[in-house]
Design a protein around this ligand. Structure first.
Ligand code: PBG
Length: 335
């Protein structure tokens, strides 16, 4: 076997900038800080409830009286915002608990604003936690296999819920029902009620994703029949995500969101390049659960994988990241 002699050596050596930690710190293009993190919370009715969500280790359903400790920890960690989901005792066909001024979310908003006035409170706006059938709005009638969410009658309900959250003191409402025209309907409702400064964070490109599995246990919002594919987006479609987002921008969305995040980094990047509005991404329940499960088996380093997944979402273009890792990630970043 003959030796290959005098192979050319590189004259461009990018490794020079990676030689030590200080150099790497200087050339780093993307920063992940606590300012990027938003913590989701699940609020249940009742007393003394801090119920672990089995598929999302470290996450809990909390009753109002258990909220203050959680909020204190998030504030101590310097998390700027929380995203609230409500789990009501009463569910019906319309999801009327969603706009009940004494429902779990308005009550939680008032309590949080009293305890931590500077913590930004975002209220998720959707009907699926509130309807007895688990779909994101009022259903159409007709043959069982043709039943879907009736778009236009649902708009008013989403607007009502948004106004209830704004009235309770929410800084931001985040509609996630994926109804056509929901941003215009909500903006109209908020403005009519005098809430001109309430921000709308639109789940502009929300995909019908199997990564939401654990959330449905957490929020008790599993559809009782069928699935959400007749209103949430098909995972195959990137250009349609631009069309969806463009509509929401035209209807008055202030901030945009792509969801899920990890498997949709291309969508985050495309929306970032196309629209000049603040951009959020949602690292959803299944993304969290997968990291947790692999880490519990000792197969990956949880902290490094979690922080890498969040940095990747930042690199793709999102400045706000909704993540179940928010509190611990903030603690890791501080350490
Ligand atoms: C409500 C809603 C869902 C999620 C956020 N808002 C569930 C769904 O659409 O089925 C999922 C969040 C997560 O998986 O962490 N429509």
């Amino acid at each position: 076997m003959s030796m290959i002699e005098s192979v050319p050596t590189p004259n461009r050596r990018l490794r020079r900038g990676r030689r030590n930690a200080t150099l790497r710190r200087m050339v780093r293009e993307t920063q992940l800080t606590v300012d990027n993190l938003i913590a989701p919370l699940f609020i249940v009715e009742g007393q003394n409830i801090r119920k672990p969500i089995s598929s999302m280790p470290g996450q809990f359903q909390l009753s109002l009286d258990q909220l203050d400790t959680e909020i204190a920890e998030l504030v101590a960690a310097q998390i700027p915002a929380v995203l609230l989901f409500g789990i009501p005792l009463h569910k019906d066909t319309q999801g009327s608990s969603a706009w009940d001024a004494n429902g779990p979310v308005p009550s939680a908003i008032r309590a949080i604003k009293q305890q931590a006035p500077h913590l930004v409170v975002i209220a998720d706006v959707c009907m699926c936690e509130y309807t007895d059938h688990g779909h994101c709005g009022i259903l159409t009638s007709g043959e069982p296999e043709t039943i879907t969410v009736d778009n236009d009658p649902t708009l008013e309900l989403l607007a009502r819920a948004s106004v209830a959250y704004a009235a309770a003191g929410a800084d931001v409402v985040a509609p996630s029902a994926m109804m056509d025209g929901q941003i215009a309907a909500i903006r109209y409702g908020l403005d009519q009620a005098g809430y001109h400064d309430t921000i709308i964070l639109s789940y502009a490109a929300k995909f019908a994703s199997a990564f939401y599995g654990p959330f449905r246990e957490a929020a008790e919002s599993t559809p009782q029949f069928g699935d959400r594919r007749s209103y949430q987006m098909d995972a195959a479609n990137a250009r349609e995500a631009i069309a969806e987002t463009a509509l929401d921008v035209a209807e008055g969305a202030d901030w945009l969101m792509v969801k899920p995040a990890g498997a949709y980094l291309d969508i985050i990047r495309a929306v970032y390049e196309e629209f000049d509005l603040p951009l959020a991404a949602y690292q959803v329940s299944g993304e969290y659960a997968m990291i947790k499960a692999a880490a519990a088996n000792g197969w990956i380093d949880e902290q490094r994988v979690a922080l890498e997944s969040l940095l990747a979402i930042r690199r793709a273009g999102a400045s706000m990241i909704i993540t179940y890792y928010a509190k611990v990630a903030a603690q890791w970043l501080k350490a």
